[in-house]
Design a protein around this ligand. Structure first.
Ligand code: HEM
Length: 391
């Protein structure tokens, strides 16, 4: 059995067996990869760690503390301001965006999301093989996120990374393409500084955190998490759901007829096919947890994916059951102070996008030999090519 290594080529194919192998010994194991780190796979341990942010820090502020290496293993090249700060600063940063994600705002988003879905469904060509990632999931998610953030949706192709919409050829350079999107966001930031509107970008350029405003680099980092962080994750949910339903026609037929069951199935797809498989924390003092003695300065990787397969919480965890009663307890959106801000938007978009295909193209069939898993963006699991015939 190969050891747990979240950066190994085959990690996204092997995390189930590897997290199960750790679980045999207990809720927390050890990996020698990348200089060594703990791996938490037990549900209760993962929850406890996310809540104890004073000991298990997300900070990447190396100038203040060399132990602060953020949430990436190895540390991310591009710092994530919100995800890689601890309370109280993180709480204040989050408050700038929370008003845009409130339940009333999410309800108001539903007809907008539905409009994008209808437009994308209408554009799909029934007469030829289509790619349900590039021609459906990706544009639906991109248009939805951009509308929420206040970006002109007519520019959606330019605002998404080329690899997201299938243009990442052999010479493709993710870093330079990310810089290109960042430059577009920086231009938007200067526009909103000059003439604020009522959108998230304006709230970020006008807001203060612990008495200070955010500079352009900080606003950019906040927008990067929203604009690029919600894209392939939510698209992964939609494509994984469609692949499952193509293979399991009985579930497909049940969901066509039952919207409440579809809402539950979305939780279960998120549990079973986590599009974000984990995130790290930095240990700020010696602590004993899960039968292990963790040391000041160590790092620990929280496997949301492994916790989702904990048999103490989910009966028969390796079975996908669309009517699982506690599917919504999955940890794919994290837990504690950093729990995903966009989770409700992701669930709504996922549900409406699946419903769209089930209603309009119920006979769709996926050509499984043509499926391509996308690996380009770190720990995000999903598909970059989902070829299908619609009728
Ligand atoms: C299926 C889709 C998605 C998944 C699986 C996902 C997953 C996650 C995870 C695991 C975290 C970190 C939680 C932690 O460390 O405890 C996170 C944070 C975050 N997500 Fe998502 N996400 C999704 C969609 C979205 C969308 C659509 C948006 C916004 C448009 C979004 C915005 C954010 C933000 C702003 C944070 C940082 C929160 C903080 O640190 O306080 N996410 N997400």
């Amino acid at each position: 059995m190969s050891q747990f290594d979240l950066n190994a080529e085959d990690h996204l194919d092997r995390w189930v067996e590897q997290t199960d192998a750790i679980r045999v010994e207990g809720p927390i194991g050890w990996s020698d990869a990348d200089g060594g780190y703990w791996v938490a796979v037990g549900y209760d341990c993962v929850v406890e760690i996310t809540k104890n942010w004073e000991v298990f820090s997300c900070s990447n502020d190396q100038a203040r503390d060399p132990r602060a290496r953020g949430i990436g293993i190895p540390p991310f090249a591009f710092p994530m301001l919100l995800s890689e700060s601890d309370p109280p600063r993180q709480t204040k940063l989050r408050l700038l965006e929370i008003p845009f994600f409130q339940p009333s705002k999410m309800k108001a988003q539903m007809p907008i999301v539905q409009g994008h879905i209808d437009a994308c469904l209408a554009a799909l060509d029934q007469g030829r093989e289509v790619d349900l990632f590039r021609e459906y999931a990706m544009p639906v998610v991109a248009l939805t996120t951009m509308a929420l953030v206040g970006i002109d949706i007519s520019q959606w192709q330019a605002f998404t990374l080329k690899s997201f919409h299938g243009e990442g050829g052999p010479d493709f350079d993710l870093n330079s393409d990310t810089n290109r999107v960042h430059q577009m966001l920086l231009d938007l930031i200067s526009e909103r500084r000059a003439a604020p509107e009522s959108d998230i970008v304006s709230a970020l350029v006008q807001g203060t955190v612990l008495g200070e405003g955010l500079d352009d680099g900080e606003v950019l980092s906040m927008l990067h998490a929203l604009v690029l962080g919600g894209f392939d994750t939510t698209a992964g949910l939609i494509t994984s759901g469609l692949i499952w339903l193509d293979e399991h026609r009985e579930d497909h037929d049940r969901l066509r007829a039952d919207d409440a069951l579809l809402a539950n199935a979305v939780h279960e797809f998120i549990r079973f096919y986590p599009s974000v498989v984990g995130g790290a924390r930095n240990i700020m003092r010696d602590i004993e947890i899960g039968g292990r003695k963790l040391r000041d300065g160590d790092r620990i990787y929280l496997s949301w994916a492994g916790a989702n397969r904990d048999p103490a919480v989910f009966e028969a965890p390796h079975e996908l059951r669309i009517d699982r009663p506690n599917a919504d307890r999955n940890l794919t959106f994290g837990h504690g102070p950093h729990r995903c801000l966009g989770l409700e938007l992701a669930r709504i978009t996922g549900r409406l996008a699946l419903r769209g295909i089930l209603d309009r193209y119920p006979e769709y069939r996926i050509r499984r030999e043509g499926l391509v898993r996308h690996r380009a963006h770190g720990q995000v699991a999903g598909w970059s090519c989902v070829p299908a015939n619609l009728a």
